[in-house]
Ligand binder design. Structure first.
Ligand SMILES: O=P(O)(O)OC[C@H]1O[C@H](OP(=O)(O)OP(=O)(O)O)[C@H](O)[C@@H]1O
Ligand code: HPA
Length: 179
């Protein structure tokens, strides 16, 4: 795996520091609220499990699984819900947790879908944001890092289902996906 990595962008220590900051901010903002974190599988699973443990107010979790990239490095633009939420979110303070926002197409679809279920509030938290590639506007409330227009892997994020178990966030060598 290591041989396919061009550059490490964020080390485990840098990720931990940033996620601790995000956790403190979310703890402050959601005091006395009915916080429900929704992790977007599969990519967000690592970030979600680290972030929730940095939150010191009561929190419930649920997951949705969606896919728009399949085995490719290009978004198909078509978002498929593979697993829906277990419970209603009506009246809940919902925080959607994503690993990466790239074109924005996945979250654009999800945001409208979740809004139609009448949560009390709906906010977005992403670890990584690739603003140069955005095709639709997304209201990001909590962000870890901006990243350059490169294909990223690690810390839950995949290329063709591989590299999710790397403990850092890295740029994948182009030769890996341009063959
Ligand atoms: O802003 P976008 O261009 O829509 O890209 C972002 C989405 O792409 C990735 O998911 P993917 O479809 O690869 O599924 P995965 O989470 O199972 O890896 C990532 O986890 C985001 O959900
Ligand atoms: O840079 C990326 N890497 C992996 N999955 C992704 N989904 C959107 N952008 C990316």
């Amino acid at each position: 795996m290591e041989k396919d990595i061009e550059e490490v962008l964020f080390t485990p220590a840098q990720l931990d520091e940033k996620i601790t900051e995000l956790g403190h901010q979310i703890t402050k903002d959601y005091q006395g609220k009915d916080l429900l974190m929704i992790g977007v599988l599969k990519g967000a699973n690592v970030f979600m499990s680290d972030l929730m443990r940095k939150i010191e107010t009561s929190v419930k979790i649920d997951f949705m699984a969606v896919s728009s990239y399949g085995l490719s490095t290009q978004s198909s633009g078509v978002v498929r819900i593979i697993k829906d939420l277990d419970y209603s979110i009506e009246g809940k303070d919902v925080l959607v947790v994503e690993d990466i926002i790239d074109t924005g197409l996945t979250l654009h679809y999800l945001y409208d879908n979740l809004l139609s279920r009448k949560p009390s509030s709906l906010k977005i938290c992403t670890l990584l944001d690739k603003p140069e590639r955005r095709r639709v506007d997304i209201p990001v409330d909590y962000k870890g890092f901006d990243i350059p227009d490169e294909f990223i892997v690690g810390y839950g994020i995949d290329y063709a289902e591989q590299y999710r178990n790397l403990p850092y966030v890295a740029i994948l060598k182009r030769e890996v996906y341009e063959k």
